[in-house]
Structure formats: C-alpha cells, structure tokens
Design a protein around this ligand. Sequence first.
Ligand code: ADP
Ligand code: ZN
Length: 727
Amino acid sequence: MIKEAKNKLNNVFGFEDFRPLQEDIIQQVMDKKDALVIMPTGGGKSLCYQIPALLFDGLTIVVSPLISLMKDQVEQLLQYDIPAIYLNSTLTPKEYEENVQKVKNGEVKLLYMAPETLMMDKTRELLSNQHVDLFTIDEAHCISEWGHDFRPDYRELTKVRKDFPEATCLALTATATPRVREDIKDILKFGDSDTFLASFDRKNLFLGVAEKDDPLEQTLDFLYTRKKQSGIIYCFSRKQVEELYVELKKEGHSVKPYHAGLSKNVRNRNQEAFIRDNIQIIVATIAFGMGIDKPNVRFVMHYDLPKNIESYYQQIGRAGRDGLRADCMVLYDRSDKQKIQYFINQKEGREKEVAEKHLKEMLKFMETDKCRRKPLLGYFGETYEKDECNMCDNCLSVDAEVEDLTVQSQKLLSCIVRTDEEFDAYYIADILRGSTKEKVLENGHDELPTYNIGNEWAKEQWILLARMLVKQGYLERKEQHGALSITDQARAVLDGKENVFGVLDRKDTVVGDNAIERTTSEVENNYDKDLFEQLRNKRKELADQQSVPPYAIFPDTTLMEMSYYFPQSKDNLVPIYGVGSVKLKKYATDFLAIINKYCRDHDIEEKTDLIEKKKEKLEESGEKFERIGRAYNDGKSIDHLAEQYGVKNVTIINHLKTYLKEGNELRPEGIVEASSLSTRKRQEVLEIMNEVPTHMLRKVYTELDKSVGYNELRVMQLYYMAQQNDS
Ligand code: ADP
Ligand code: ZN
C-alpha cells in the first residue's frame, strides 16, 4: 500500500521523500483508521489526505473553513490534473450545478466544502448516493471554543460524520496550544493512538529580535538585503500600517497595506496582488494572514511587539512553508510593553491574569540571551534538546571584536560634507560604491573625489557604519528625509585627530554570510540567480495566463533546482523537485527553452552527473515495473528495454504485465510489434484467448495444437490484456 503512496509522491507531485509522519499518517488512513494530525504550518498536512484520495476508489470530502483556502488548494490540484472541485457560495448557479453533476458522475476525487455547505440538505442528499472513503476536517481547531477562530458550524461536523459510516475521518490542524488539541480530541473522540503530533520546531525559520531604535531605518536595512523577496511586516495599529506603507512606498518598495479599516474590496485586491507576486511586501495588522497558503514568504517582520507567543508563532508560521530558509525579525522596544499592558489593564479577573501571563512568556522570548527556540517551543510544551539551533540571532552572535573603523569613517564623513549634508545613508553609500544610478549622475556626484572609493564594503555595511556613527554622536540624522549631517566631534575624525572604534553590529539587521552557509543547502546557496530570475518571469507569465498564483505552476525550489542543475532535456527534468508527470507534460517545453538558451549564451553545462545521481535515488525508491511501464509507454520498444536492463524479453513482458495489473494502461500497438506471428495467426490466438481464461496459457497452447511457442503466447497475452484494459 505504502509503495503506491510513494509512487504518487514521486510521479504525481514530483517529490523525493515523505516528510516526517506523512508516511505513517497515510498508512493509517489507508488502513481505514481515523487520525488526528497536529503538524505546524508548512509541515505538509495536505498530502496526508491528497495521496489517499488518489488511492481510494471513492470520494474524499475536505471540510475547510475558508473559501480562499479551498480555491487555492483546488487550483493547485488541477495543475496536477487531479480532479478536485469545491462547492461554495462564490460559484454561479451554473457552475454549482456543473460541479454537482461531476460528483454525481463520479468524476471527482476531492470535494472541498465549508461546513455550512456540507450541512445543507441538498448537499447531504447529494452525498448520500456517493461512496465516500475519506472525510477530512482541515483546520480542525475551528471546532474548539478555546481556539482563536472558533466556528460554531464545525461543531455540527460530528453529526454529519455519521452520514458516512464507511469513511475514515482525518482531522488536521496546526494549532500549537495543548488545550485546543485536547479539546479537538475530546470533541471528535480520538484516542492517543490515533493522534500524530509533529515537532513544532520550524527549522528553516531564522528567529531574530532587534532592539528597536530607529525602526524605519532598521526596516529599510532589513529590506535592503531582501530585494525581490516576498514578505509580511506586522504592525500593531492601522495607523502604523498606513504610515509605514507610505514610507516604504516612498523608498520605492513594491508594497501594499492590509488592515480591517480598508474596504473588503481593497483588502482582497491587496492580498491577491501579494499571492500572485504582483507586489513583494504586505504591511499589515494581525488581520492579515488567515487563508494565506503562499509557500514562498521569505520573511515576516514584526514592527511592533506581538501580542503573545501564540500569535507570534502563528504569524511567523506564514514564512517559509516551502521549507527554504526564511527570516523572522521582531523590532523590540521595551516600551511596547506598556502599550500592551495598557490593553491588559482594561481587562478584569481571570482574563487579565491570562493576558498578563501571555505577556510574561512573550518577554521571556524577547529578552533571552540563550537559543530562542527554547522559550518558544517550551511555551508549547516541547523541550528543545539542543544547546544551539544555529538559526537564531543568539546562537549566531559571535563576540565580535572592536575594530578601528577610522579610515572608513573618514570616507563616509567626507562624502557627507561634500554633498552638503543633504542626503541619507543609502545615497551616500551609493556614491562611495560608485553607483551609476540616475540620481547620482544627475547630481554630478560621480565627479566627487569620494565617488567610487568605498568598494571594499557592501552597501549594507556602509549603512550600518552610518548608523553606528549616529549612535556614537559623530552624525546626526535629520528627521524628515534621513539626511545626515556631521557634528563637531566628527571634525576631529576628519582632521585625523580622533580615531573611531566600534563593532559593526550586524546581528540586529542582517544575517551574516556564514550563517547562511551553515543553514541552507548547497542548491539554495549556489543556484544561478540570473537564470532563476528568467524562470520566475516565465512562471509569472504562465500563471497570469491561467489566473492562478505562480506557486501553483512550480514552487521556488523547482526553479532553484533548475538553476542549479541546468537540465537540458525532459528526461533530466524528471528528477527535479516538484516535476511530476503532468507538470512535465505541461511545462517542460517552456522552461527547457529558457534553460537551454541560457546555457548556450553563458557557456554553461548541465550538471549531468548530479542529475544522474538524483535519478538513481528516485529509481531505487520506485518499483522496477513502474519504470519499465513508463518507459514503454513513452515509446521504448520491448527489445530496447530488454537490452537496456540486460534481461530477456520475457522478463520485460512480465514487468509490463504487473504494470497493467496495478491499474495502469499500456499502448497496445507496441506489443504487437514484438510479435513475429502473422496477422492471421495473431487473430487465431486472440480468438482462443476470448474463450479460455487468459491466465491459462497452457490451455491456449494446446488449443492451438502447440503451433505457437510460449514466448509468443506471452506477448499475445499481454496484448490481449492491454486491449481489454483499453476498451
Ligand atoms: P501545511 O498544510 O501543513 O501547512 P502544506 O501541505 O501546504 O503544509 O505543505 C507545505 C509545502 O511543502 C507545500 O508547498 C508542499 O508542496 C510541500 N511538501 C509537502 N510534502 C512534501 C514532501 N514530502 N516533499 C517535498 N515537499 C513537500
Ligand atoms: Zn538558537
């Protein structure tokens, strides 16, 4: 059973291995045992019911609380040619009726619905005539009043469940709170043995907290090293959202705001723009995020202190669903405490007590100097065993040594003087690094003696130095435009009478290079960024044509692997992450064209050896008959396959037979090719096979007066079976 699941994982979804627990959960479901799955966001819950849905004969129902989630899931499944639909109020009556018809005709494998749709008489009536194998409750925490998004409708599900006595029930949630988990178990009557609890450690999330001193500048610094990446910035208030949005917009960032004060229309539009990669950044209140399945959110920044650990965890959970590294940063102002305390003080009794406890736990996380994963996971009842995670600021903060930064400071200060103290750190850094930006050239600043004298440092380092000089009193920052001016103290530095010492504190803004090396994979570090960009554009174009989000076409990891392995043929695309058979058919030509051209133009060779290794790994996990069956259907002859695998024809025929029996189809014409019998003789054999059970070759042999040998009969037997299957 689980082999078939693995095949689906490889061939349909194009993934190599199961993630932790997926295999056990699928096995449980296929054994028709109920299960409760508690797994963090990005853990891979969807496959736990999508793969069984493909393996079961009957229908899989998925109850989901949000229309946007259903739509997203269905769009993604349709990209794999998996027949999935939803029934909800956004459909026109005609579409609704069409979908109902599809269910009646048994053309659907997965049916998504909100609980209220499921509860309707007409739905229950429709489903009473269907064979339902799997009843999935997604976002199962909605069933609990203790959860943050309790939905009374969810309570009714326990009743509806009885409508499908044959169906296995699979409930899924990412809730981290023990109390809610227990509640779900009680309500749905799950035992401990049916509960699959994954670790809530999201290893690919980098956790950081920075002292909030100049939040706008800090945010700009943070964004500076994250150009073209998608991210969310959470603010405490609507007002703050609007202000920050305007500032970021002014700096040329691709950004939209989101909060409950905006009309529903505007909110939807902005959310959609984010999901479709039309914009990179969303500045939002906590109103944003429910129903966002976007896998390539590369950062989540908290401009203000989150309300409590739970919401913090939930919000950072939206980052890095694809498993690639993502950065989470909180700007922590100790006085934010008071803001929250103010709200707490308006509460009373038990409620106040709880809120106070939450705040305390939150501060524990903010103020620790140990690994941040300890207080975070500890809050959810999990012990983080390791001393260091290497993926939080505390684990990476090496005791940097104080350096003499006089020379660089002189360069920076003198550049500020020469531009009449009218510009901000970004612009000064541009001049120092010899930027050819329009503004620099227009102002004639490429003529300055300080132009292009600072290439020893990256732009971000110059910006950090400027910040340090402000802190040490050498520079002042004018409120409005961030223009820098020098103080008297700076004159001494310029005159060579005073040296500047300091540590370029990189911890609170950007993550050092060595951190990235230690925590990301070879592919993530070394893929070709330019090719990636071209593939990304292609993906966007294809996505827009079909009105789906880009990640429904391929996730970022796929494009990254393409830009690392440089596959040059369809065959070599197969082992790439996320390339299953259907997507291969749909998109190979488009993407190969770009890769091929790029490699030609830049004299780059395919990493053939590595691709072969990847292939071997896949093949080891797949079944031989599967590979042979597929190769055969792709046009390889039986002779060819026998030679390729160094076996006799009859062995190949046996594999193909197994392939057929496993419910696959074979192209019959290629089988006849392998027969050396005359057309008339073949006809005669087939007629006899029509009379006697096909597996009894001995009988056929005698009926034919032993005039046709067994090997020939085997070929004809396969042909006979393939045709029967075909019709
Ligand atoms: P969840 O619902 O738990 O938040 P998803 O089901 O959306 O997580 O999965 C998160 C991402 O991980 C998706 O992009 C999905 O395609 C990918 N994924 C899931 N399982 C695997 C796997 N076994 N191998 C590779 N990628 C996977
Ligand atoms: Zn750590």
